[in-house]
Design a protein around this ligand. Structure first.
Ligand code: MG
Ligand code: MG
Length: 234
């Protein structure tokens, strides 16, 4: 990981995740139940996303054996996992403790950079992701020790996919901006248009980000608005 992790950025994301969880699952989401009484299982969320991640690799020995890894999607699935890792940590710890624990996982792993990288054989990469999955599948108490192990295995997975902390932060923030944009433009009401001239909105979003020298959430929102106005004529 080239960029230093920043406790400030982690704090910001924890706050955003907390707000998102409150909005979607109710104020008491940390109790483990949504406002409709449905069980929340963040560990299951993590290992199911890990399965999606692994499925972005051509691991199947009987199918499409010349296929290559969809690394772009691996990184997106990692950010999905990050949403749930933030949530699990927040369910267990108070926010400033959560930030320190997650930050330390990034710091302690940054010395191992040279060990793992994209040139690793595919099957070895998959094994690293399976370690994350295996930890998420463990039953038992979610202690600080457990969260640390889980967070470190997540950081290892990021290193294998060459997803820097900075990139992860950008994708996390961008997803948040897009969610807000969708809500502000009739997502719940069913009037939102998701296909923009034959492209899905999140693809357009990644194209906008690629043109930015410095990421800015406000700038992204404005650009989304301009593009949306062009396609729906309002
Ligand atoms: Mg099948
Ligand atoms: Mg996913």
């Amino acid at each position: 990981m080239q960029n230093q992790s920043s406790i400030h950025a982690i704090h910001e994301m924890l706050h955003m995740q907390s707000a998102l969880n409150k909005m979607t699952n109710g104020a008491e989401w940390r109790s483990g139940l949504t406002q409709l009484g449905k069980v929340i299982d963040w560990k299951r969320c993590i290992y199911m996303e890990a399965a999606e991640l692994i499925d972005s690799y051509p691991w199947k020995h009987w199918k499409n054996i010349t296929a290559t890894t969809d690394m772009e999607n691996v990184r997106i699935e990692l950010v999905d996992i990050w949403h749930f890792l933030l949530s699990l940590t927040l369910e267990t710890l108070e926010i400033s403790k959560a930030a320190i624990l997650l930050d330390e996982a990034f710091i302690s792993n940054s010395e191992q950079v040279s060990i793992v990288h994209c040139d690793m054989p595919i099957i070895k990469q998959v094994l690293v992701h399976e370690t994350l999955m295996r930890i998420a599948l463990e039953s038992g108490e979610v202690s600080e020790g457990y969260l640390t192990r889980l967070a470190k295995s997540f950081v290892n997975a990021c290193q294998v996919a060459e997803l820097s902390f900075e990139q992860m932060y950008q994708i996390y923030m961008a997803k948040n901006v897009l969610n807000k944009f969708r809500q502000d433009h009739g997502y719940k009401e069913g009037t939102y248009i998701k296909e923009w001239n034959g492209k899905e909105d999140n693809i357009v979003m990644f194209e906008i980000i690629a043109t930015m020298t410095d990421f800015s959430g406000d700038q992204l929102y404005l650009s989304l608005k301009e593009n949306y106005r062009l396609i729906n004529g309002s």
